[in-house]
Ligand binder design. Structure first.
Ligand code: ADP
Ligand code: MG
Length: 557
C-alpha cells in the first residue's frame, strides 16, 4: 500500500486550468504539439545530461517518443524515455506555472473583452502541458527520473487538486495518458482515439522533431511517423512556410505564427547554420527582470542549451531561433561561450542580419514593419546605448512619433527629407505623453516655424537622446533645453535692435522677478521662443529632464 497525497494547484495554475477545461481555445489539436514538444525536450535534456555525467546510469540506447491510442478505453498516451521527473519536480513543474509574466497574463485575460481577445492572449502565453485539459477530463502522468529508481504517478481532473503517489516499476522517462472527454466522441474532427487523426496531427505540427515519434502500424512493428529532419539543415527551397511556423512554435512556446523567418548559413572553417524568427507579438516578460533570451544553441544537431545569451545581445532578446555550430565541443558551458571568439563572430553576424532584415521590411512590407516596431521598438532602442557598432543601423530602422503626422511614426530618414531650408537639427521633445508634449509652450515657436518635432514618450528615449549625438550628420536637439536658435541671419539682425530695446524696457521687471524667484530658478530672461504663452520654464543644456528626474527619484537616487 502506497500513500496517496492530494495536493492543491497553485492559484495561477488553477485559473489557467479552468480556462482549459472550459476550452475556449478553438484549435484543440495543439494539445498534442505541446505533449510531443515536452517529450522532445525531455530527450534533449537526457542526451545532454548523459554527455556531461558519465555516471548517470541512464539508458540512452534508443531515445524516442511513442504515441498509443486506445479507442475502447478512450485514452491517448504520449510516452518518452527521456530525463523524467522526481516527485518534487512534478510538484514544482506540473503543479505550478513558473513562467514569468503569468500574473500579468491572467489580469489581462480577465479584462479581455471577448472570446477572440482571450484566445489571442492564450496563444501568446502558450499554456503548455495544461493544454491536455482541453480534450481530457482526467490526465495521468507516470514518470521516473533517469538515474533514480523510484517513479511517481500524478493524476488530476484539473479541478483544483491533484494526487501524487510513488510507483515501483515505472520505466525511465514520462508517460502522459489523457482520458479523453466523452463529448468529443461523435465528432469526427476531434476523435483523438483515431490513429489516422493522430498521425495527421503529428505530421502537421511535429514533423521536424529530431527524435523518432513512433506509432503502432498495420502490422506488429511500430512505425516512425515524422521525418525527423532538422529544418535548419535542409535547403530552404525544401521547407514550407508552414513547417517553419510549426518549428517556431515548438521552440518559442508561442502559439502564434512568427512575423518573419530568417535563415543564415556559413561554410568553411567555421561552419554553422542559423534559423531565426521575429515573433509577431512581444512576450509578456519583455521588460521583466527575469526575462530570457530566445536563441538555442545546438552543436552538430545536438541540443546544447536554451536562452543562449552569448548569441544575441540583450536588446534583441525577443529574437527566437536556433544556431547549430559544427565545431564546438558538446561540453561547452555558458562561461566558455562568453569567451569564444567564434561565438562572438556568429553573434555579430546574427545582429547585422536581424537589423538588415528589419530594414528591408521597412520598404518591402511597411505594415509588417509597423507591427515589428510597435511590439519591439522599445527594446531595440536599448541598443542605441549598448551597441555602439550598430548604432547607425539601429537609427536607420527606428521610427518615432512626430508632429508631422499624429497617426503615423516617422523614420529619421523621412524626418531629414522633410527638414526645412535652414533647419540644421533634428528637433525632439521628451515627456510623459503625446498631449503633454504637444501642449508644451516649448512647442509654440516650432509650430509657428513649421518645424517638425519628434515626440518621444518612452522612458528609454530619455537615455538614448543623451548618448546619441547625431543621425546623418544632423544633431539631435531638445526643444526644451538650452538656447534654441530658430532664426535665420537676416531675421536675427532685424530683431537684434528690437530685442535690445525690449531688454531695456523690461530690465527692472526681470531684476524684480529674478529676485522673487531666487529660490527656484537660476535666471529670468526674455524669450524668443514663445508665441502665445506668457512664460515657460527651460532646463539648462545639461540639466535632467523632468521625466528623468522622476525616474531617478523613483530609483532612490
Ligand atoms: P514549458 O514546456 O513551456 O516549460 P509545460 O507546461 O509544457 O511548459 O511543461 C512544464 C514543465 O514540466 C517543463 O518545463 C518540464 O520541466 C516539465 N515536463 C513536462 N513534460 C515533461 C516530460 N515529458 N518529461 C520531463 N519533464 C516534463
Ligand atoms: Mg512545453
Amino acid at each position: 500500500t502506497t500513500p496517496i497525497e492530494t495536493l492543491e494547484f497553485q492559484s495561477e495554475a488553477r485559473q489557467l486550468l479552468q480556462l482549459m477545461i472550459h476550452s475556449i481555445y478553438s484549435n484543440k489539436d495543439t494539445f498534442l504539439r505541446e505533449l510531443v514538444s515536452n517529450a522532445s525536450d525531455a530527450l534533449d535534456k537526457l542526451r545532454l545530461e548523459s554527455y556531461r555525467d558519465k555516471d548517470l546510469g541512464a539508458d540512452t540506447s534508443d531515445l524516442h517518443i511513442t504515441i498509443e491510442t486506445d479507442p475502447a478505453e478512450r485514452t491517448l498516451t504520449v510516452r518518452d524515455n527521456g530525463i523524467g521527473m522526481t516527485r518534487d519536480e512534478v510538484v514544482a513543474l506540473i503543479g505550478t506555472i513558473a513562467k514569468s509574466g503569468t500574473a500579468d497574463f491572467l489580469t489581462k485575460l480577465k479584462e479581455a473583452k471577448d472570446a477572440a481577445a482571450s484566445q489571442d492572449l492564450i496563444g501568446q502565453f502558450g499554456v503548455g502541458f495544461y493544454a491536455s485539459f482541453m480534450v481530457a477530463d482526467k490526465v495521468t502522468l507516470v514518470t521516473r527520473k533517469a538515474g533514480t529508481s523510484e517513479g511517481v504517478r500524478w493524476e488530476s481532473t484539473g479541478e483544483g487538486t491533484y494526487t501524487i503517489q510513488p510507483v515501483e516499476d515505472a520505466p525511465q522517462g514520462t508517460a502522459v495518458t489523457l482520458h479523453l472527454k466523452p463529448e468529443d466522441t461523435d465528432d469526427h474532427l476531434y476523435d483523438y482515439t483515431s490513429a489516422a487523426k493522430i498521425r495527421e496531427i503529428v505530421k502537421r505540427y511535429s514533423d521536424f522533431i529530431t527524435w523518432p515519434i513512433r506509432m503502432q502500424g498495420e502490422g506488429d512493428e511500430a512505425e516512425t511517423v515524422n521525418s525527423m529532419k532538422a529544418l535548419w539543415a535542409r535547403s530552404s527551397s525544401e521547407v514550407s512556410e508552414d513547417e517553419y511556423h510549426e518549428f517556431y512554435k515548438h521552440i518559442s512556446h508561442d502559439w502564434q505564427d512568427p512575423l518573419e523567418t530568417i535563415r543564415l548559413q556559413a561554410e568553411g572553417t567555421f561552419e554553422y547554420q542559423a534559423l531565426l524568427f521575429l515573433p509577431s507579438r512581444a512576450p509578456m516578460d519583455l521588460f521583466l527582470r527575469e526575462r530570457k533570451r530566445g536563441v538555442q544553441l545546438y552543436v552538430k544537431r545536438v541540443f546544447i542549451m536554451d536562452d543562449c545569451e552569448s548569441l544575441v545581445p540583450e536588446y534583441l532578446r525577443f529574437v527566437k531561433g536556433v544556431v547549430d555550430a559544427q565545431d564546438l565541443s558538446l561540453n561547452v558551458s555558458r562561461e566558455i561561450l562568453q569567451q569564444d571568439r567564434q561565438i562572438q563572430l556568429i553573434r555579430r553576424r546574427l545582429v547585422k542580419k536581424v537589423l538588415s532584415t528589419v530594414k528591408t521590411m521597412m520598404t518591402a512590407d511597411a505594415e509588417k514593419y509597423a507591427t515589428f516596431w510597435r511590439e519591439f521598438g522599445r527594446a531595440v532602442k536599448e541598443g542605441l546605448l549598448d551597441d555602439f557598432e550598430n548604432r547607425e543601423a539601429i537609427l536607420e530602422i527606428a521610427s518615432f512619433a512626430s508632429t508631422h503626422d499624429a497617426e503615423k511614426p516617422t523614420s529619421l530618414r523621412d524626418y531629414v527629407s522633410r527638414m526645412k531650408e535652414g533647419q540644421e537639427h533634428i528637433y525632439y521633445m521628451t515627456g510623459e505623453s503625446r498631449s503633454a508634449i504637444e501642449n508644451s509652450p516649448h512647442m509654440e515657436a516650432f509650430r509657428a516655424k513649421g518645424y517638425e518635432v519628434l515626440v518621444l514618450t518612452d522612458p528609454i528615449d530619455e537615455m538614448w537622446v543623451d548618448a546619441v549625438p547625431a543621425f546623418d550628420g544632423k544633431q539631435f536637439q531638445s526643444i526644451a533645453k538650452g538656447q534654441v536658435d530658430l532664426e535665420s541671419e537676416e531675421d536675427k539682425k532685424a530683431t537684434e535692435v528690437a530685442r535690445e530695446q525690449q531688454k531695456k524696457d523690461f530690465e527692472s521687471l526681470l531684476t524684480w522677478m529674478a529676485k522673487a524667484l531666487d529660490e527656484d530658478v537660476k535666471e529670468v530672461r526674455l524669450s524668443s521662443r514663445l508665441t502665445t504663452s506668457p512664460a515657460c520654464i527651460v532646463g539648462d543644456t545639461h540639466d535632467l529632464t523632468p521625466t528623468l528626474e522622476k525616474m531617478y527619484r523613483a530609483m532612490g537616487q
